[in-house]
Design a protein around this ligand. Structure first.
Ligand code: PEP
Ligand code: MN
Length: 362
C-alpha cells in the first residue's frame, strides 16, 4: 500500500501519517519527490485497512501496489534517485556519469596507489577494489582484509576519490561500513538475505550486483530487501549473467538497463569487466552501456594485469582506461549525460577505433 500525500502537505502531516502507520504495527517509508511525498507501507502480511489512513490531513489517496517490489518501484517514487557524496560533485543517478575504476583486489599499497593515480587522472571519481574477495577456490587470494580497507582509505585521502569495496558477509560488513563510501554486495551474495538486511541498516549507499542467474524481478526484490530496512541509497549493477555462450565469461545483459529504468527509480551501473571477462571487450561494451542509458560504469584496471592476483584477464591497462574515458566523453552528450572528473579531454575518432591498441594480448 502506498499513501500519496497532497502536493502541499506539510512535514507534520507526513510525520503524523508515518506515526499512524507505525502504530498499526507496519513500517512507514516516506519518499519525498518533486511533486509530492509518497509513503510506502511494508511489514504487512495482508491488506492494509485503508479507512484510518484515508481520513488523515494531507492525504490525497491510497494506492495498492500490485508489484512484489514496492519501495524500489517507480510507483512509489517517480523521479530518479540521485545519490550524492558531500564535498564532491560526484553523484550516482544524476546527469553526470558515475565512473568507478580500480583493481579487482587490493594487493598492496604500491599497487593500489599506482592504479588510483592513473584512474583518477583519467577522470574516475570512485576507486574500486576488493579487500574481501569471494573466490571460487578457497586456495585463491582472499583479499587483504582490513589492511586492504586501510589502503583504500589512504587512496581517498590522497586523491579525493570515493571508495567502493565489497562486504562478503555480516562480519566483513561491520568493518567495510567504517571505511567505504559505497558498500558493494557481490553477485554471489545477491540473495544472501541476512546480508541484504544488514546492509539495509547501514547509512552508506549499497552497490548491489545482479546475481549470475537472477531475473530482473529477483534483482529488484534483492534491492527491496535493503530498502525495506530503511536504506534507500541502493545502486543496481548489471555484471553479466551466465548463459550457454562461451566467447565471454558472462553475457552482459544491457537490455536490463532500460528495463530497470522503466520499473525503478534506482540508478543502474554496468560492469563490463565481469560482464565480459575479456580485456578487449571492456571498452566496446562500456560505450554500449553509456549509449543504452546506464548511470555509470565500474571497470577493473591494473598496472600489471599479468601479475594480478585476481581477474587479470579482464583488467584494463591504465592507458586503455584513459582511452575508454575519452570515448565515453564523446558518447555521453549524445544521451544527455556529462562526465565529471578532472581527466584531460582527449578526442578520439570512434569510426576508426573499433579495437584500439592493447599493450598486450588478453
Ligand atoms: C568484483 O567486483 O570484483 C566482483 C567479485 O564482482 P561480482 O560479484 O560481480 O562477480
Ligand atoms: Mn573482479
Amino acid at each position: 500500500m502506498l499513501v500519496v500525500m497532497k502536493a502541499h502537505a506539510t512535514e507534520e502531516q507526513v510525520r503524523a501519517v508515518c506515526e499512524k502507520i507505525e502504530s498499526l504495527g507496519y513500517r512507514a517509508h516516506a519518499m519525498p519527490g518533486a511533486q509530492r511525498t509518497a509513503i510506502g507501507i511494508t511489514g504487512n502480511q495482508g491488506e492494509v485497512e485503508p479507512g484510518t489512513l484515508e481520513e488523515l490531513p494531507g492525504v490525497q489517496e491510497l494506492i495498492r501496489v500490485s508489484k512484489p517490489y514496492k519501495l524500489v518501484s517507480r510507483d512509489v517514487k517517480q523521479e530518479n534517485t540521485v545519490i550524492r557524496f558531500p564535498g564532491t560533485d560526484a553523484t550516482v543517478g544524476g546527469p553526470g556519469l558515475a565512473i568507478m575504476a580500480g583493481p579487482c583486489a587490493i594487493e598492496s599499497r604500491e599497487q593500489a596507489m599506482a592504479v588510483a593515480e592513473r584512474v583518477c587522472r583519467a577522470g574516475a571519481q570512485f576507486f574500486r577494489g576488493g579487500a574481501y574477495k569471494p573466490r571460487t577456490s578457497p586456495y585463491s587470494f582472499q583479499g587483504l582484509g582490513e589492511q586492504g580497507l586501510q589502503i583504500m582509505a589512504e587512496v581517498r585521502d590522497k586523491f579525493g576519490m570515493k571508495i567502493v569495496t565489497e562486504a562478503i558477509d555480516n562480519e566483513s560488513l561491520e568493518l567495510v561500513e567504517q571505511y567505504a563510501d559505497i558498500i558493494q554486495i557481490g553477485a554471489r551474495n545477491m540473495q544472501n538475505f541476512s546480508l541484504l538486511k544488514r546492509a539495509g541498516r547501514t547509512r552508506k549507499p549499497v552497490l548491489l550486483k545482479r546475481g549470475m542467474s537472477a531475473t530482473l524481478e529477483e534483482f529488484l526484490m534483492a534491492a527491496e530487501y535493503v530498502m525495506s530496512e530503511g536504506n534507500y541509497q541502493v545502486i543496481l549493477c548489471e555484471r553479466g549473467v551466465r548463459t550457454f555462450a562461451d566467447h565471454t565469461r558472462n553475457t552482459l545483459d544491457l537490455s536490463v538497463v532500460p528495463a530497470v529504468r522503466r520499473l525503478s527509480h534506482l540508478p543502474i551501473l554496468v560492469d563490463p569487466s565481469h560482464g565480459t571477462g575479456k580485456r578487449n571487450k571492456v571498452t566496446p561494451l562500456s560505450r554500449a552501456a553509456v549509449a543504452v542509458g546506464a548511470d555509470g560504469l565500474i571497470v577493473e584496471v591494473h598496472s600489471e594485469p599479468d601479475k594480478a592476483l585476481s581477474d587479470g584477464m579482464q583488467s584494463l591497462y591504465p592507458e586503455q582506461f584513459e582511452e575508454l574515458m575519452a570515448q565515453v566523453r564523446q558518447i555521453a552528450p549524445v544521451v544527455g549525460r556529462t562526465v565529471p572528473g578532472i581527466g584531460a579531454h582527449v578526442s578520439v575518432d570512434l569510426r576508426t577505433q573499433t579495437d584500439f591498441h592493447a599493450p598486450a594480448a588478453d
